[in-house]
Design a protein around this ligand. Structure first.
Ligand code: NAP
Length: 310
């Protein structure tokens, strides 16, 4: 019998309880589930920083902590180093991000704003966007989410480039890595999509120098994390028109304070950290499958590499 503690947002427990119960039954695993188990018997913990567990000393049997969030920068300082931590990689979360990113890329690619806000009586029938194959989209972060978004954009015809920490190859996405790879990719990136984790190495990836490498009129779409961008450098690049628009879902401070200039820039679209969300229905199955495989002797899936910070 496994003991599994739900230590994520307590408001979500009534939603997760029946889904996790069903998923354990389907997997043929006997498990006691709860929000307040005796710490000394807990085998696995389903976790988010909203769960307010800060003291792990009494969890002496804990085999792994399973984050319900893909981004683990808040979980890492809370979960002791000796306890393996896995991040959320799940169909629902990925599909939501693919839909959000595709929608926002198409908005900028097609110039939809001009028609939505009205052309003021000017019948501009000769203004056409290029075909997607002639539009270069750069995905910064070619992980679970970035790769899925890149492939969806590729399927629509976009010329997709991807940037990661380690070298990769992909049949249809041109892959870049390292700082020279970033410079090379940004020089051709008309629409940049940021899907990097927040680590020491990724902070201010877009700064005055790297923004200046991008073609004039480029667009930034950031569903990754706020610290990936130097805000002042972005505002300066928007002021000169070098960057035509920024669609930002994540911020250094959330909620974004009402006085922040991003709310008031016509060339900035603010969305309130809604690009994607962990969907309980699929996430419960993912959690149980991760536990099932681990109990069968496989290495922990989606294990966070603490030295890399994601
Ligand atoms: P992931 O699978 O861990 O992928 C991260 C990607 O970033 C990998 O390709 C990795 O390179 C690359 N990377 C990391 N550090 C780098 C560096 N220093 N230089 C270049 N590339 C680097 O993560 P994911 O599941 O795709 O999620 C990405 C992020 O999306 C999360 O961390 C979270 O912050 C954000 N997110 C946001 C929302 C939202 O609603 N806004 C929802 C979910 C997630 P390698 O492939 O070489 O390892």
């Amino acid at each position: 019998m496994l003991n599994v503690q739900f230590a994520a947002n307590p408001d979500h427990w009534p939603i997760y309880q029946p889904l996790l119960t069903d998923a354990f039954q389907t997997a043929g695993l006997a498990a006691t589930l709860g929000t307040t188990l005796d710490p000394s018997v807990v085998d696995y913990m389903v976790f988010s920083p909203r769960g307010q567990i800060e003291e792990f000393e009494r969890y002496t049997k804990l085999k792994a902590v399973l984050s319900l969030w893909a981004g683990v920068e808040q979980a890492l300082p809370l979960v002791p180093k000796h306890i393996p931590l896995s991040r959320m990689v799940d169909f629902g979360l990925t599909q939501g991000m693919v839909e959000w990113v595709t929608g926002h890329v198409l908005r900028h690619h097609l110039g939809l704003d001009a028609h939505i806000h009205g052309l003021g009586g000017v019948w501009a029938e000769d203004v056409h966007p290029p075909l997607a194959q002639d539009r270069h989209v750069g995905i910064l972060g070619m992980g679970a989410l970035g790769q899925a978004c890149g492939e969806a954009l590729n399927a629509l015809g976009f010329a997709v480039m991807g940037w990661s920490r380690t070298a990769k190859s992909h049949p249809t996405i041109s892959c870049h890595h390292g700082s020279a790879g970033l410079d090379e990719m940004l020089a051709r990136t008309e629409i940049a999509v940021l899907l990097l984790p927040d680590t020491q190495a990724t902070q201010n990836t877009l700064n005055a120098r790297t923004l200046a490498l991008m073609p004039k009129g480029a667009v930034i779409i950031n569903p990754g994390r706020g610290p990936l961008i130097d805000d002042d450098a972005l505002l300066a690049a928007l002021d000169t028109g070098h960057i035509a628009h920024a669609t930002l879902d994540v911020f250094r401070q959330e909620p974004l304070p009402p006085e922040h200039p991003f709310w008031h820039y016509p060339s900035v679209t603010v969305t309130p950290h809604v690009a994607s969300v962990t969907r309980p229905k699929t996430a419960a199955q993912t959690v149980v499958e991760t536990i099932r495989l681990h109990e069968a002797g496989a290495p922990l899936r989606f294990k966070v590499d603490r030295s890399a910070g994601y």
